[in-house]
Design a protein around this ligand. Structure first.
Ligand SMILES: [Zn+2]
Length: 348
C-alpha cells in the first residue's frame, strides 16, 4: 500500500548537525556471562538534571487498546496503514522532525512485495549527545505459538508484542513536546520486526526495519546508546538484564537497572535474564551499544504463570496489560532522560 504522505529524509538533513539522532524473541540460549549490576556506576553524579515530566499510563493503555481495535498491524494490511497514519499524526503534532523511511521486502509468497515504513521522530535535533529509543509497531502475521494449530497462520492482536512499546513511545513524544528533553532523543518505530519464520530462514526476515535503518544510516549517526522496548506492559512483567544487552552495553544496563532500583520499581529485577534475539542485534552489529528492556519470560512460554503464556498467540490481548507496568517503564525512561543522562563521558 502506497502512502500519500512523504517527507524528505531527516537523517540526511541531520548530517549537518553531526548526528541525529522484537523479536524474534524466538530463541533463548545461555545466561549472561557478565554481572548485571555495577553499583559504582550509579554513584556518579548526573550532569544536567532537569525537572522530570509526568507520564500518563492510562493514556498509554488506551493507545494499546486503540491499536488492537484497528486489527493486527501486519505489513500490507489496512490496519497497518491506519496505524502508521495514526502514529504519524500524533508524532508530527509533537515535533517537526519526523522521518518516514519507506522500503520493501520480497516476503514469503511468490510475487509478493511488502511495503514497509520506519518512523523516526527526533527531539532536540541539534544536540550531539543523543540516545535512540525504539520499538516495533508491526504485528506478527502468524500465531505460530498458539495452542490451537488451526490458528498458526492467523495474525496476532499484538497488544503487548508491538502495541505496548508503540503506545509508550507515543506518550514519551507527548511529554517531549511540552517538556523538551535536555539531550537528543530519537524515537524509532520500526517495521517488519516480527515477520520472520525461524524454521524457514532463521532470522533472515526478522528485524527488517532495523536492518534497513542500519544499512542506510549516516556514518556519523552514532547514538550513545539504543534502548529497545519489547513487550513492556504485562501486569506481572519481569524485566531482567538481557544477555546480549549486558554484553553490548554493561554500563548502560547498570545505569538503567540501578536507576530502577533507586526508584523502587517492582518489575525491574537484577539477575540473569534470557538471551533474546531481537531488534537490538543489528544495532549491536553496527557498533551501537544497545539495551533490550523485554519481559523475557514470555518468550517461549517460560513463565510458569498460566496468564503469561500468550506470546505469539491469539491471546496477546489488552487484558494482560497493566497501566502500572507501563507507568514504571515510562517513568524510568523519563528519569533517565531528564535526570541521569547525559553522564560524564569519561565513565561510559
Ligand atoms: Zn513477537
Amino acid at each position: 500500500m502506497t502512502l500519500s504522505f512523504r517527507r524528505p529524509s531527516l537523517l540526511s538533513g541531520l548530517l549537518l548537525v553531526g548526528i541525529i539522532g522484537s523479536y524474534a524473541g524466538c530463541k533463548r540460549d545461555k545466561p549472561p556471562a557478565t554481572p548485571a549490576t555495577n553499583p559504582a556506576a550509579s554513584a556518579q553524579p548526573a550532569i544536567s538534571p532537569a525537572p522530570v515530566p509526568g507520564f500518563d499510563a492510562n493514556r498509554t493503555f488506551a493507545d494499546i487498546v486503540k491499536q488492537v481495535d484497528m486489527g493486527p498491524r501486519v505489513p500490507n494490511s489496512a490496519a497497518h496503514a491506519r496505524a502508521l497514519k495514526w502514529m504519524d499524526s500524533i508524532l508530527t503534532g509533537c515535533t517537526p522532525n519526523v522521518e518516514l523511511q519507506h522500503f520493501t521486502d520480497p516476503g514469503y509468497s511468490p510475487g509478493e512485495t511488502l511495503n514497509l515504513t520506519n518512523v523516526i521522530a527526533s527531539f532536540n535535533p541539534n544536540a550531539t549527545w543523543r540516545i535512540l529509543i525504539l520499538t516495533h509497531y508491526d504485528s506478527r502475521p502468524w500465531a505460530d505459538e498458539d495452542p490451537n494449530p488451526k490458528n498458526h497462520s492467523t495474525p496476532i492482536p499484538a497488544a503487548n508484542d508491538g502495541g505496548s512499546g508503540t503506545a509508550l513511545m507515543l506518550e514519551l513524544a507527548r511529554q517531549f513536546k511540552n517538556h523538551p528533553p535536555p539531550i537528543g532523543v530519537d524515537l524509532f518505530f520500526d517495521d517488519g520486526e516480527d515477520y520472520g519464520k525461524y524454521k524457514v530462514d532463521n532470522l533472515d526476515r526478522y528485524f527488517l526495519g532495523v536492518k534497513y535503518f542500519v544499512a542506510n544510516k549516516p556514518a556519523n549517526y552514532n547514538p550513545q546508546v539504543a534502548i529497545l522496548l519489547d513487550m513492556i506492559g504485562d501486569s506481572n512483567a519481569d524485566f531482567e538484564p538481557e544477555t546480549n544487552s549486558v554484553q553490548s552495553a554493561p554500563q548502560w544496563v547498570n545505569e538503567i537497572w540501578n536507576t530502577a532500583k533507586e526508584m523502587g520499581l517492582s518489575h525491574f529485577r537484577t539477575g540473569n535474564g534470557a538471551d533474546i534475539e531481537d531488534d537490538h542485534l543489528p544495532l549491536i552489529h553496527a557498533g551501537i551499544p544497545s539495551v533490550d528492556i523485554i519481559d523475557g519470560d514470555l518468550v517461549g512460554h517460560v513463565s510458569p504463570d498460566p496468564n503469561r503464556k500468550y506470546w505469539h498467540t491469539l491471546d496477546d490481548l489488552p487484558k494482560h496489560i497493566a497501566p502500572s507496568t507501563l507507568d514504571e517503564v515510562g517513568r524510568l525512561l523519563l528519569q533517565l532522560i531528564y535526570q541521569r543522562f547525559p553522564r560524564d563521558s569519561q565513565i561510559l
